[in-house]
Each structure stands twice: as C-alpha cells, then as structure tokens.
Design a protein around this ligand. Structure first.
Ligand code: ZN
Length: 391
C-alpha cells in the first residue's frame, strides 16, 4: 500500500477546486471490511447526517464518561477525518470496526459481509443509543431533552399515556413512512397499516430502471390460494389485493437493490447482474404531500465480483459537484459518466449454456469498472423542496 499516493494525486487533480474545509480520506481495510468502509464513506458524505452527528456528539460529550459505543466511535471517526490538518490521506477505522464486531457477531467473521445489512444494523444501533440517551436525559429532572418532537405534535404527557419515542437524527434524515393497504375482495374493506422505513429494498428485473423497480414495489399484488388474507369484517380468510404506497418520503432516500437472490435449485444465493439504470435525479410522490419530493443521487455502494460470498465493495460519492471513487485506502476523482458502468450487465447468465460462456469471459476480464454493480443508492432530498420535518 502506498500511503497518501492516491491522496496527493487527488489533490493534484482537484487543484484549486479542492473544496474549502472538505477532507477526502481513504479507509484502511482490516481484512474483509470493505462492506463497512464503503458504507462509512456514503454516510460521511451525507452532509446533513454528518453535521448533525458531530453537533450532537459535541453537545453531549461528557469528558468524565469514558464509555464508548457505536455512536461515539462513528463520531470520533468522522471528527478525525473532518478535523484532519491534511486534506487527503488514509485513516484506520480500527476502533469503529472493533466495536461493530463486539456488538454483532454476524460481522465478527472474516466472511464476506453484506453492506446493506451493515447499514441497517448501524442505523438501528444509533437509534437505540440516541433513544436511550434521550430517555435518560428526560428522567433526570435538571436537564431537558436535546431532541424534541418538532411542531409540538405531541401533547403534554398525561399520566398513563404512552410516551412518543424521541425523534433522533437518524429518523430526521432517513425515516420515511409506507402505507400497506389490503383490500378484501369480498367485502371491499380496505385495511391500511403504516410502517416506517430507513431504506426501500426493491426487487430487480433485467434491463429495467430504478423508476420501474419502484413502480413494481408499489404495484398491486393479489393474495390468493395459500396466501389469503384474514379479513376482520368477513371473519375469514379471503382473497385480497395488497399494495404499498409511500406515505411520507424521507429526506435521505436509501434504495437497496436486491442483487442477491436465493435460488432454490442451487441451494444458495446468486448475484443478479441485471442491468438496472439509475437516474441522477429522482422524483418520489407520496400520499401525504401534494408535491413530489425531488432527490439527487449522491452516493452509490457497489458490489464488485460475481457472487454474494466473495467480491469487494467500493463506493462512489458526490461531494461539491465532483464524483469520487472510494476503494478502501484509495480515493480517486471520476467523471459522472463512470456511474453508467455500474448499471449492470444486459447479458446476464440465464441458466442456459450459451449464455454461460459470456459470464465466464466476463469474470476473466473482470475489472472494477465493468463487473461491479451497485447494491445501495443514496439520494438526498433537495432541501428547499423537502417536505416538512418528519414526525
Ligand atoms: Zn372482507
């Protein structure tokens, strides 16, 4: 590893366009920790999240309190990067990675890990920590909670009324609401159930686009045969129609493409290299807002390699109108058009031997730019158009 070599190259490439106050650091890999590094870069360049996390950490850091958790490890790491004297370089996220492994045995092995699973785990852990800290602060009479529910939406607590969970910075940035609607085909009663999400996991099809994947995601599905729905009104299992609608779009939209599919005949997961086109700008309509929420793409987490159990994760991140390519220690500037090479492959191995050859030749000529397909896309809302703060 040539420390700093890619860094100085990057500084040269950006020249006097190097953004004021911004830092571009590669992250050292501790043996199969690229899933973690790629997600960390995407989160770091999610600037509202980064700023809110650092602000929270500065305001709530208790010097006497040495207890470390995933939040303090993440904030320390972000701080180390953002306050570095040097503009570029390599940082070892050792404490953070050790903490992740301590916390979750799933990430302890040297086996290949899933970046989407990791992002999910991390966001939920942060929520747990923030909620605990917030309720501890409420319980102590002298301090008031730093995180208040906006717009006074919650009534003062009456005795016996269940407390509303606090709105953490993770919720503010990533949480959206889905409505799950089920219509009984006998009595036509519609049952609606809301559920919150931090990301949308969508199924993919060959030669499709994010827009069509999202359309399929909220298309109507019929529940019949063994999959009937228990209708409370009919008091029996009935055929029903089900659909998901986005009720409230999040500020930061994370879309996860299900590229790893369990193939029963094979008895294992297989990577789907399908070509799925993603736009730089995306509009999402939600049922509770009159206007569409407009998003721009700022981070892509890419899985490179042919299968779910081996391969490598890298990320592409947009910062101050430049796209940067992060591959563990290395950081490079790339053209926006490079992103198109991550759409996927339009000649997917389909189980038929003729196409098998294509797959093999693809693996042989595998290079980062051609064989990697994104698994997580992160869009940020255009702040001025963004819906009012989520409850
Ligand atoms: Zn019914």
């Amino acid at each position: 590893m040539v420390m700093g070599a890619s860094g100085s190259k990057l500084e040269k490439a950006l020249g006097d366009q190097f953004p004021e106050g911004e830092r571009y650091f590669g992250l050292e890999n501790f043996g199969n920790t690229c899933y973690c590094n790629s997600v960390l870069q995407a989160l770091y360049f999610c600037t509202p999240f980064r700023e809110q996390l650092l602000e929270y950490y500065m305001n709530n850091k208790n010097p006497g309190d040495a207890e470390e958790n995933l939040l303090t490890c993440l904030a320390d790491l972000f701080m180390q990067v953002s306050q570095s004297k040097k503009k570029t370089g390599v940082i070892a996220p050792k404490r953070f990675v050790q903490r992740v492994k301590k916390q979750n045995e799933l990430f302890r092995s040297y086996m290949h890990q899933d970046a989407h699973e990791f992002l999910n785990f991390l966001l939920n852990e942060l929520v747990d920590i923030l909620e605990k800290e917030s309720s501890a602060a409420k319980d102590s009479p002298q301090s008031s909670s730093p995180e208040k529910v906006p717009n006074g939406a919650v009534q003062p607590l009456a005795n016996g009324v269940k407390k509303e969970p606090p709105v953490t910075l993770v919720h503010k940035n990533f949480q959206g609401i889905l409505t799950n609607e089920t219509k009984c085909l006998r009595c036509e009663t519609v049952t609606a159930r809301d559920e919150t999400f931090f990301d949308l996991s969508v199924d993919i099809e060959q030669n499709s686009s994010i827009t069509s994947c999202l359309k399929n995601f909220s298309s109507t599905e019929t529940l019949n045969a063994e999959d009937k729905f228990f209708c409370d009104k009919c008091c029996s299992l009935q055929e029903a129609q089900k659909r998901m609608k986005i009720k409230k779009a999040p500020h930061i939209l994370v879309i996860h493409l299900k590229r790893f599919k369990y193939i029963e005949q094979l008895g294992r997961y297989k990577k789907l290299s399908y070509r799925v086109v993603f736009p730089m700008e995306l509009k999402i309509s939600s049922t509770s807002d009159d206007v569409d929420t407009e998003y721009s793409l700022f981070a892509v987490v890419v899985h490179v390699g042919s299968g779910p159990n081996h391969g490598h994760y890298v990320s592409l991140v947009k910062s101050h109108n430049h796209w940067l390519f992060f591959d563990d220690e290395n950081v490079e500037m790339v053209e926006e058009s490079t992103l198109q090479t991550f759409f996927g492959s339009s000649h997917e191995y389909s189980g038929n031997t003729d196409h098998g050859k294509l797959l093999i030749s693809e693996i042989v000529s595998m290079n980062l730019r051609k064989a990697g397909f994104f698994v997580v896309l992160v869009y940020s809302g255009k702040w001025n158009l963004a819906p009012v703060m989520m409850k």
